[in-house]
Design a protein around this ligand. Sequence first.
Ligand SMILES: Cc1cc2nc3c(=O)[nH]c(=O)nc-3n(C[C@H](O)[C@H](O)[C@H](O)COP(=O)(O)OP(=O)(O)OC[C@H]3O[C@@H](n4cnc5c(N)ncnc54)[C@H](O)[C@@H]3O)c2cc1C
Length: 381
Amino acid sequence: MARVQIVGAGVAGFTLTRELIQRGYRGEIVLCDPQGLPYDRPPLSKALRREHFMPASWYAEHGVHLRTEAINDPALPEAADEWLVLATGSRAKKLTVPGAEHALSLHTADEAELIARRLDQGMFAMPVAVIGAGLVGAEFASAARQAGAQVTLFSASSAPLARVLGEEMARELHAAHRRNGVACVDAAVTEVGPDYVVAAGQRHEAALIVAAVGAEADTTVAEGLGLAVDDGILVDDAQRVIGQRQVLAIGDAARRVDHPRAVHWEAAMDDAAIAAAVITGQPAPSRKIDWFWSDRHDAHVEVVGDFSRASSHISRLGRRGNLEAVFGLDSAGNLVAASMVDGGLLSKALRRLMDAGVSPTAEQLADPSVGPRELAKAGRS
Ligand SMILES: Cc1cc2nc3c(=O)[nH]c(=O)nc-3n(C[C@H](O)[C@H](O)[C@H](O)COP(=O)(O)OP(=O)(O)OC[C@H]3O[C@@H](n4cnc5c(N)ncnc54)[C@H](O)[C@@H]3O)c2cc1C
């Protein structure tokens, strides 16, 4: 019988399941994850809350076999209508300083719920140390501050995420922590204790310590199967694992050959839609330009494209002198990346332009009177 076995039920594994159903796939779908009913990760660091994609009844209704178990050595498909899809995602990197075991990690729903309980049980203005000011660390620092904690954020850099947001935006957003009552220590943490953190030789008291020092692809299953792995399971443009016909890899765990590994929600959804098309033999949707968002304090931050491809930047200031957007241009002057604060319409216009391979001019990008609608038109002229 035709069968798809999906290992991992994060947004990639879940979206593949939904896409297969929507595309009328008639075979058996087996979705396995030891974490149980699939849930969405972004709300974990913003609200410390578990949000399921669908209730258990949805899977039953559509005949999906949802298995709460880890599959560590799945069989490689033998028949022409059998597929194995690895959607094993990423896992939190470990802090490696003395006493690191005293810091909690924030990557799974169980970890988010444990941290939420500790915050609830703590006194008002509980001293909280957050180690790492990347996307997850910055969002959690903001959520803890909003919950009334006295937060100290430790970052080895004063512009964390510069390669992701563009240097100017990274600096601005990091500085915004201080304006929102978060104490920032821009120095590497060298030691952690049960109720303290040491950085730059200074000891900082903390009743709760959370480490968010990045994530890495979880390739354990792929490596066990002897599949091609290099900072992610190596796949082609159709998400096929290199050298395999019926083994696909999607989401954070996968990396397309000659591309950086995409580690965002939207990219995982794109991978899943392409994989579903491959399995059902339908035309694959085109891959969209990279896009992700992050919420911290009162700012909704969006990033389109890839700043690692930019050789120069243009900043756009708002009427009050605030930094609204940073644009990254390649050496030929084409727009390859943009980061913006509360710029929903701008982000939409730029995504559309970049998906179409069209670039506004540097002058248009620099001119704050050229709004999203004009930019979209400008790009066409
Ligand atoms: C706290 C947090 C906040 C985030 N916020 C944002 C955001 O605001 N915007 C954004 O764009 N992105 C955000 N991300 C990133 C985004 O969530 C990921 O890019 C996305 O989850 C990737 O989906 P995935 O399905 O590939 O992997 P994952 O979500 O990591 O899911 C992989 C699943 O595979 C399972 N698994 C692993 N090994 C096995 C095995 N052997 N057998 C069975 N199952 C297995 C794991 O249990 C896990 O559930 C955030 C991530 C985190 C951790």
